[in-house]
Design a protein around this ligand. Sequence first.
Ligand code: NAI
Length: 211
Amino acid sequence: MSDNKISTAVIKRLPRYYRYLGELIEMGVERISSNELSERMKVTASQIRQDLNNFGGFGQQGYGYNVKYLYDEIARILGLDRTHKVVIIGAGNLGRAIAGYGNFAKRGFLITAIFDINPELTGTDIGETKVSHLSELEEYARHNHIDIAALTIPKTQAVMVADRLYKLGVKAFWNFAHTDLNVPQDCVVESVHLSESLMRISYNLKSMEED
Ligand code: NAI
């Protein structure tokens, strides 16, 4: 089956498989059965078999899954076998936290530039990257490819800035601003809202207390 026929539900679960398989590799585990993986991940073995069969079923009866092969194959499906150049727009609390987190680079997501409209931040360092003024964005994009733009700016600015980035050829947005972006269909938008996670916790807590 080709990668683009894999359901979004399965794709959503792949990063978790990838993380567990990475841990197994670090522990020197070369192969694992769906039952063992199921115990570790607290997912049913049949769910695991079903998910992994979606893209070719790497398991062999009585042998289990070859951990490294599966890990590399999931990386390929997720597009992690290449690097992505990420530009951060907004060098405030959140932008700095993302820029300062070293593990994204290990996954191939390289923070290549950070822009902000505050002139006082221009030229300051965040990790190994210097903050540039937003007025330099077009010039930067003329000389550098941008795979992903992370938007860590106020919601009143996000739609306008996303539109500006789209005109510069940016097709993927990691949106932290609390607003929907109005970008064309040929874009990928992943919105991350921590407050929505908190609301889900609140609901689950409430349900537990009511039981
Ligand atoms: P902050 O106020 O510390 O930083 C915002 C930065 O954006 C400032 O440095 C400001 O100068 C800059 N900025 C404003 N307009 C800009 C523009 N047009 N272009 C470039 N830079 C611009 O705010 P913080 O705490 O970093 O939050 C940033 C955004 O992320 C806010 O919209 C906030 O609501 C949101 N947020 C979202 C979360 C989530 O889970 N999705 C969690 C926390 C914050």
